[in-house]
Design a protein around this ligand. Sequence first.
Ligand code: GCB
Length: 515
Amino acid sequence: ALQGGMLFPTESPSREVKDVSGLWSFRADLSPERNRGFEQHWYRSPLAQTGPVIDMPVPSSYNDITQDAKIRDFIGWVWYEKDVWVPARWIQDRGARIVLRVGSAHYYSVLWVNGVKVTEHEGGHLPFEADISGVLRQTSGNPCRITIAVNNTLTLETLPPGTIQYMNDRSRYPAGYFVQNTDFDFFNYAGIHRPVLLYTTPKAHIDDISVETTFSDNIVSSRTHTDPMSVKHCIVTSLTPRFVWQIRGKGFDWPLVVKDFNLMKWMGVNSFRTSHYPYAEEILQMADRGVPFSDSPGFGNVSLAHHLTVMEELVRRDKNHPSVVMWSVANEPASEMPPAGFYFKELVSHTKSLDSSRPVTYITDSNYARDQGAQYVDVICVNSYLSWYHDPGHTELISLQLNTQFDDWYDKYQKPIIQSEYGADAVAGLHSDPPMMFTEEYQTTVLQNYHNVFDQKRKEFVIGELIWNFADFMTAQTITRVVGNKKGIFTRQRQPKAGALLLRERYWRIANETG
Ligand code: GCB
């Protein structure tokens, strides 16, 4: 079980917050074993004394900041360092507790203050912190040198998982050559993605609170019920934003957050799904003010134990946001594998024990007959790409195949269903009539065919629809991707494609019909 709460730091008469984001010194450990920083103790002296450093903005991914493809595609440990001044009164006041908090860093982090290790953390999208009062007072505080080593390597035990593959054929690859393989298609952006804060609390302080939200309007009525059918009102329409874009990668960025909320309001969206990881707390705070949403974060024991911890951290952090309507424990897991049944039984029941007031789900692209985990969830969330990854070009098949998809799942489980992804790639400005794949016309035709079925099934058991995707986003380079994934209805620069106008008309119409 986790120690302590994880309240979002805010100022008060008894608490102060100091944001130490900004320019940090940065060095990637390019040694063949990627371990030189630890061997040479780079945390013991200023990083610049160990070798060349460059400026790196925090928060941001480091990948797109330089012109160097080695940094863009780097796998392994990178080192961040910053000297900060801690207010003298914080150090002198023995009644003050001084905490260093990292909003998120991807994926494994080790944190030192003045050369003393203060904590480490596994997991790429949730905050971690350390009480550094003792270290600061022992090392006489100022300037306070903060060092953070971050490793983006994905293994079968990380979320999301990945594997490292060594290429041993010396006729084709140099010695030591390796690649990171993954099964997801967003670019594995890495670095310190959310603000780094110093804050104080009194020694005797409130560590955690639980907010019970009761609302009379139907937007958040699901908040106080476990009955998933009550979700009906808040997920009539929805879409998926993705806070990746140019230069900053996954780094938190207020202008982009506000722009995306404005776009969602413009479209008449009443809900969105986070994908495929927990978003920044600032985004939840925005959502609490208007747009509710559901949150998401190998099958071995090590994976399961880590996964349970991540759900504990997620629920601890986000339980008080009225905008969170449902917990999602996974996206497209290999849920047809035999161990998946036990894995999801444990994961779902553990999440329910942490919060009995919200439904729990995971997103599946598995076949209804082979999936092992749907029996444990409250709502079945299905992704499908009819006429894209299957029967490419044949939009005339969508109606038949989508009806079958819904009926199969419903006949087996009698649970409410959300279409949690559907869509098609469109390169903005590419046109063809009759429609062809990758044109705006093809994307709108796919959406329209899906919508026709949603409109029939909405009267029965289909309680939500989430377009994939809100905006285009960067992926690894493959032959299926045209400079990233183009399933956005907005471009990466947030300009609308024809699909955005189709959805806008639809969302506003449904909102008017359902009041
Ligand atoms: C999916 C994944 C999403 C991909 C999408 C696609 O099912 O959940 O991460 O981006 O398909 O476009 O292939």
